[in-house]
Design a protein around this ligand. Sequence first.
Ligand code: SF4
Length: 227
Amino acid sequence: MILEERARRERALQVAAARASACRACSIGAQRRNNVYGEGDPLADLMLIGEGPGETEDRLGRPFVGRAGELLEKMLGAIGLAREDVYIANTVKCRPTLQGERGLKNRAPVPAEMANCRPFLDEQIEIIRPRVLLALGAPAAKSFLGANYAITKQRGRWERGPLDIPLLVTFHPAYVLRQTGGELTAVKRLVWDDLKAVRARIDELAAQSGATAPRQVGLFEARPVVE
Ligand code: SF4
């Protein structure tokens, strides 16, 4: 039964990814090298949503690769999850860029791009139906919670995401990587708090649904690995 459901979701995601690949609703759709639809376990308990592909993601056609991706994998490992256990997507599937002196540079997606791409994201969430959504960074948070969402003041609270799925917001790994000194220590502590909350919520919901023992590897005794 699980195998059948996995196959059904994989097929649905492939069909949706092909539609996203053909999409040119935004100008960035014509500029990008690869459409970065998303990847991961179609039966995932946890779905992560970042803002949009960067240069490396655009080149490889995969979300969260490079240094931010490495940190994300460490963050997931801290709560007993491998990258393959979760589903990773972005608010936009094409790389938002602006012209710099030495070629195209990354930029955050604008609201119109996120609105254009939202049906693809909603469809992914509908297909995967994770127990928990984790928005990474302010643009992703704003796409769910409105333009006035203030990540520094409001992160760490459980919100209602699409389909009433519990949604938590934490800092984007790329933001964490840009911090230094005391700021870095403070941000890592907040991210760690958020990750622990995600793990606990997944376990709680799994227990309520009668699912088999959740994947847990002694998180609370573990040292934060966001370093
Ligand atoms: S960002 Fe999304 S909506 Fe815009 S062109 Fe790319 S796939 Fe289409």
